[in-house]
Ligand binder design. Sequence first.
Ligand code: SF4
Length: 335
Amino acid sequence: MNTTEQTTPLLRVRGLCKHFPVRSRGFIRRVTGWIRAVDDVSFDLARGETLGLVGESGSGKTTCARSILRALSPTAGQAVFQSASGPVDLASLPAHRLKPLRREMQMIFQDPFSSLNPRMTAGQIVAEPLVIHRLASGSTLDDRVAGMMSRVGLDPAHRHRYPHAFSGGQRQRIGIARALIMRPSLIVADEAVSALDVSVQAQIINLLRDLRDELGLTSIFVAHDLEVVRHLCDRVAVMYAGRIVEEGPVEEIFADPRHPYTRALLAAAPSADPDIPLPPPVPGETCDTGNLPAGCAFHPRCPDCFDPCRTIRPELTKAAPARRLACHLASTTLR
Ligand code: SF4
């Protein structure tokens, strides 16, 4: 890889949108409006970096991640991925050209039980991507499956067992092994630990962190749990109502959150100490992305709201060398 390739982001997302039509009842089912689940999202993902996409349910983080990998077709925008054969815009690529790229981009799902085929053994599940892409067979395939199962903490001797014979944490390890067996350059983990018990969560987080360091993984980690993001990610993008409202290095965002929504999310995050009572959730109702308020979408819930917030939508702009912020508080000229 030459110097230019090393410095070019592995993924460059620009103006990504995913809008779902709202249709009237009845026979004709006219389009009466749009749910702006993801609206004008832009960010870069450097090689070897882990970006956390965080926000409440309905913030658009999962839809954004799925639109990038084309599990959903974006409505507009670009997602330029540096594939082994050169840059490709995933957002506009025809479906038949996506299949060869799948080996370079893999997803780890939230619910390990429903994402694993109950009629396939653990070994068959882990081997499946290599079989589909015809990358290994026979003893080579067996060796790679056994090696990957060991690497994620599974006993290769259990390869003939079916998913129901494993615990929740072991099933997630099978999902991770399946995602990593082709050494993809981009991993998207969608709430990968949120369906697991707290003690198992810690084991899987440690495993993901070790694999990230060992394999130099580049990943997008979708999560609503900020502690998980703090432990795993280099950078965090906070989403609200389909947009990024704050983005920056994880230590800076946790030490000095500047957007009122980020501050509210951090205040509502449960402590790791089970003796400390759960804090109240972020005050107010989450925003309806089919009927966004004028101005800043967060203004009906924002304790710092002032006049311009009700009419002018804040743009995401640079707020420090490595940070971006979409809040009128960042601009003193509006005060
Ligand atoms: Fe609050 Fe205004 Fe900033 Fe929106 S723009 S987060 S309403 S201060």
